[in-house]
Design a protein around this ligand. Sequence first.
Ligand code: PHE
Length: 480
Amino acid sequence: MSTHGGQARGQFSSKLGFILAAAGSAVGLGNLVAFPVMASKNGGAVFLVAYVVFVVLVCLPVMMAEIAMGRASQRNPVGAFSALSGGALRWKLAGWLAILTPFMISVFYTVLTVWIVMYFVASLTGGLEQLAQPEAFGLTVASPSIFVYLFGLQIVVFWVILRGVRKGIERQARILMPTLAILLLGLVIFVMVLDNAGAGLRYYLVPDLSRLNAGVFSAALNQAFFSLSLGMGIMITYGSYFSREESILSSGRLVAVADTSVAFLAGLLILPAIWVFDPATNPDDLSSSSVGLIFTYLPQILLSLQDTVGYFGASVVSSVFFALVLFAAFTSLVSIVEIPISYLIDEWNLERRKAVMLMSVLMTVCAIAAATSFGMSEFFTNFISYGGGQRSFFDLLADTFSEVILPFVGLLACVLCAWRWRSNGGLHGELAVGNPAYRGSFAERYINFSLRTFIPVILLFVFFNSVALKYFAFDLLSLL
Ligand code: PHE
């Protein structure tokens, strides 16, 4: 165990511990909610294939690079960017961005998770009928009880983090990830035996080439990048807790397989459910918003199950579903909250306890502001105007950090690894640690080539396109 600032640095207990924690981070709302929505809007199988191609060809090399950056430097993102670049100020700024991003994402992700807790509790206590009413979501986000749930959630999240890498982060993933897999498989099987599931299944698995366009590719790439928790400093930090005896390549690959499998299974669950609910579903009429799907449309689908399994049965299915989503969101939330905390521990030399205290106050204050962005506070609801409309504080965080800055941080990590990092054999020297066969392998040649050529170009394009799309409501792809 190496030490920095006089404190022993936490480490995952094993390769499996790392894989479960990193997969816990990667598997989140993106997989269970955003992926199925995008798959249904973008031609099912066509989107699926594009997604898998991007995961393998673009995202995996970036993931390996981020994990290697953390393990080589034994630091949080600020420390990693600074140490591996030889301390240059502009790279320190890059590291700063890699801390600010997870902080801001965790603020709005906390709010999303709070809503899920509220839907879970409502399902469990017989409130499915109310959840399925069109005004349910509006009432939920405006209910003062949201603060009670917010505090409750924060207490659990920060308690896990307080317990440290092995006893906190790794342990919660060891419990929640296998549970999540069982709940998900159970729900998929349940949906498959319902009448008309086949129509949704066909839509999902038979490619409809008429839907193929540039938009499908950009949606698939954005989604894959977000889903693998890249550009958020998470893989850098988790890499710093990963053993030098193990192979980054094989572990990273398993994380990607787990993440993609969950996204695929979520499609097998949600798309058939949509078609069971309405056999005449036209994908063009589906809302493109994940929030609309999960908080408005899905409760109606879940309630409609009462014709088959009764109200009690439908409530059980709904509770299981929201428990599944909650576990996925929780493990992601823990992973992202840990990043600014690891920064405080490494760079400010704080004890974990003090870092957790400081961050819990800061994040809770910001999360309260984000939670009141839905009508409760006029100031935060109409916070700013861009992209042709009035935006809330929550929108600003979600757009800026998860859409715009994310690919940019990924790009910076990629440029650092490809051209700047030289110490101790650079990126490839680190990837060979715990994996001597890496030297001279096809993987080495591919990672080297891709990080120096098309990956930075693609990420730069994604960045510019997100800026144009979000702030100026203009799609660069429309120029093609
Ligand atoms: N991979 C996560 C998801 O799919 C992304 C994420 C990770 C978001 C951690 C927030 C925190 O939802």
